[in-house]
Design a protein around this ligand. Structure first.
Ligand SMILES: Nc1ncnc2c1ncn2[C@@H]1O[C@H](COP(=O)(O)OP(=O)(O)OP(=O)(O)O)[C@@H](O)[C@H]1O
Ligand SMILES: [Mg+2]
Length: 348
């Protein structure tokens, strides 16, 4: 599913424009998908705040820099939009052919989308195409057109164009599905803990049914450490990106893990109220820079009382030799789930 797409075969460049870091993943689709190159580069603090690009020039330069550093000449990239201006919802409509469904889904969408349908990019996927009931289940996705337009304008400023504009939750799911096929049964949570935002995604039997964002990420923990312990930004970052738990860090990890746990529990309760078949969350997977904070996954596991695992976008994906040149796989790997999901898209 994509909000917007055109393109050609070959290599796909997935670009995840985060508020803290740009992450780039290139997948070669010539045979079985293979990760051929990754690159990561920082974005200046406050150039992107709460999903809004405050300084497009600065971000565009950083994007050019990361592509150059990876030696990528290709101008077409896959990007994603997310946040509260993107709605993902399961709806029911009368069964019909996919080719006939667009108008019907668009009409139905007006009742489910809290913004003016004229200003919205829509897409949908029939979840039970082979079902026989009079109604069919459709996963509806709607994004404010402005959000998509801003992303395209940013790429243009960086001399690029979008072959696909995807949705964060679907791209994460895409990478996750390839790497964790066993998680496609029952209810699983995939949590992407970033710099500013934590995305909570619930999957039921492999379908990404619910996506929620929490305003929380590594930045808050860095600020906690700076404010309460007088650490410099670099010192705080070292603890956050470290490999050891420390007493200083543990106190904040505890508080922030609690907030994430509440977010997961609320999302799960919502899913259960909307769908009778939905059971409780059986397993939680974490990715993003925040998943690397020492002690975080363990604290979440103790609190949620379900198994919590750090998810790796290369768990099953083939990786070409030299793809990680200049980067430490263990350090940047967990941050690449979204960019890998984008690069897994095969423009057609
Ligand atoms: N190897 C690493 N290199 C850089 N930062 C790292 C690394 N490992 C963990 N981090 C931490 O993770 C954060 C970035 O995580 P991530 O890339 O998932 O966030 P983001 O996508 O930029 O943010 P958001 O999604 O909230 O906009 C950094 O701010 C840093 O604190
Ligand atoms: Mg992110």
């Amino acid at each position: 599913m994509a909000l917007f797409g055109l393109g050609k075969k070959g290599k796909t460049v997935g670009l995840d424009i985060g508020s803290g870091l740009l992450k780039l993943a290139v997948i070669d689709h010539a045979g079985e998908p293979e990760l051929s190159k990754v690159a990561v580069a920082p974005v200046l603090p406050d150039a992107i705040v709460e999903g809004e690009i405050m300084d497009p020039g600065v971000v565009a330069d950083a994007i050019k820099g990361v592509l150059d550093s990876a030696g990528i000449k290709q101008k077409r990239v896959v990007v994603a939009v997310g946040g509260r201006d993107v709605i993902v919802k399961k709806i029911q409509v009368d069964r019909m052919k996919a080719s006939d469904a667009y108008e019907v889904v668009r009409w139905e969408a007006q009742q489910h989308v809290p913004f003016d349908i004229e200003g919205v990019e829509l897409d949908f996927q029939i979840l039970d195409p082979d079902g026989e009931g009079v109604q069919m289940e459709v996963l509806l996705v709607a994004a404010k057109r402005e959000l998509v337009a801003n992303k395209l304008a940013l790429l243009e400023e960086a001399g690029l164009e979008a072959s696909i504009v995807d949705v964060d939750a679907f791209a994460l799911h895409n990478a996750f599905e390839v790497n964790y096929p066993d998680a496609m049964h029952g209810v699983a949570a995939l949590i992407n803990i970033g710099n500013e935002v934590t995305n909570v995604n619930l999957l039921q039997d492999g379908v990404p049914l619910l996506a929620r964002d929490i305003s929380l990420g590594t930045k808050k923990i860095r600020e906690d450490l700076q404010r309460e312990h007088g650490l410099s930004a670099d010192e705080a970052e070292k603890l956050v990106q470290g490999f050891e738990r420390t007493d200083q860090l543990d106190a904040y990890v505890q508080t922030r893990a609690e907030e994430i746990a509440v977010g997961v529990e609320r999302a799960a309760a919502f899913l259960q109220s909307a769908s009778r078949e939905a059971g409780s969350v059986q397993k939680v997977y974490c990715c993003g820079g925040g998943a690397r904070i020492p002690g975080l996954t363990q604290t979440l596991e103790d609190r949620l009382r379900v198994s919590v695992e750090a998810a790796n976008p290369m768990q099953r994906l083939r990786v070409a030799e030299g793809a990680f040149d200049g980067f430490n796989v263990d350090e940047v790997g967990p941050l690449l789930m979204l960019s890998v999901g984008l690069a897994l898209r095969r423009p057609n």
